[in-house]
Design a binder for this molecule. Structure first.
Ligand SMILES: [Zn+2]
Length: 310
């Protein structure tokens, strides 16, 4: 986690990763220190827009102007997941370009009443199969749960470049907030991407990450270190997630402690499912409510149960 005061050093101007894969960072109401969400433009002339995310009309106009200048034809909007800082411009893009908005069924369910999903996307789907268009790249959808249940990443099969959404961050951190976030699923997703081979990662926030596999290994090692710290803390005494925050995240300002406690909860639920920790009060399921990018303040005040080593 990073303090809110950290400067936003991510690129804000459009940039090209390889011919046919371009990124237009758009200003969004996202989690600090990030201030922008990357809209990834897949294709040479016929293109798919991934996460045209900004709810701000001036940013939507900037994206539309850039697409006109580049001479591109938009055929679809694809969404990585349902979070507000990824879908805020989906309806506007649909209207501006007269194209379908597409996402995983779990994302469609979460966006009901806010962003209608015209076409459901599944593991293995390509622009060719779904829209009958040739974007000049071999792009496939990957179902990648962990941060969100309906999270999709998109991989270009020749370069192995991955449009990674919120699986990794070029700046800030990836929040795993249960039950939407699932630490076991998240680590399995990262391992899967390494096993299948990956090149450059394009995160939703921050610049492209050239050494993709190294970054994913780093992420897995980092979470493993947190898990070890958590087990060591619980070996000394049982505790509630919030009590464990100062031990695991001493650098995190107090205002972010409730969010940090949800990350610790995510680790505890994984360890519980593995039989390594338990709750003395005998409760089960996901306690409290998610607070990440949520206006529901109940999650901030919920008292989470005590966990101890088994
Ligand atoms: Zn997200």
């Amino acid at each position: 986690m990073t303090a809110i005061t950290e400067q936003d050093r991510a690129p804000h101007d459009p940039f090209e990763v390889i011919p046919g894969i371009r990124v237009v960072p758009l200003r969004t109401p996202t989690l600090p220190p990030a201030t922008h969400t990357n809209c990834v433009v897949l294709g040479h002339e016929r293109v798919v827009l991934v996460d045209p995310a900004s709810p701000y009309p001036e940013e939507q106009a900037r994206l539309q102007g850039w697409i006109a200048e580049e001479g591109l034809t938009v055929h679809a909007v694809w969404l990585t997941h349902h979070h507000l800082d990824h879908v805020g411009g989906a309806n506007a893009a649909k209207e501006a370009f007269d194209v379908p908005v597409c996402a995983h069924p779990a994302t469609a369910q979460r966006l009901e009443g806010a962003v209608p999903i015209d076409v459901e996307l599944f593991e293995g789907d390509s622009p060719n199969a779904v829209h009958d268009i040739d974007i000049g790249l071999d792009v496939r959808a990957l179902h990648t749960p962990g941060h969100a249940r309906g999270h999709l990443a998109f991989r270009e099969e020749v370069s192995r470049i991955i449009v990674a959404g919120d699986l990794v961050a070029g700046q800030g951190t990836i929040v795993i907030d249960p039950p939407e976030g699932d630490m076991g699923d998240y680590l399995a997703t990262l391992a899967r991407l390494i096993t299948e081979g990956c090149g450059t990662l394009i995160p939703s926030h921050g610049g492209a990450i050239a050494a993709g596999e190294e970054k994913l290994l780093e992420y897995i090692a980092h979470r493993k270190m947190r898990e070890d710290q958590l087990l060591a803390a619980l070996a000394k005494r049982e505790g509630r997630p919030l009590d464990l925050v100062p031990i695991l995240y001493p650098e995190v300002p107090t205002m972010f402690h409730p969010l940090a406690s949800r990350q610790i909860l995510a680790h505890l639920l994984k360890l519980e499912s593995e039989g390594q920790v338990e709750r003395p009060d005998g409760s089960s399921g996901v306690p409290g409510s998610p607070i990440y990018l949520s206006a529901d303040m109940a999650g901030w005040t919920a008292v989470l149960p005590v966990f101890r080593l088994r």
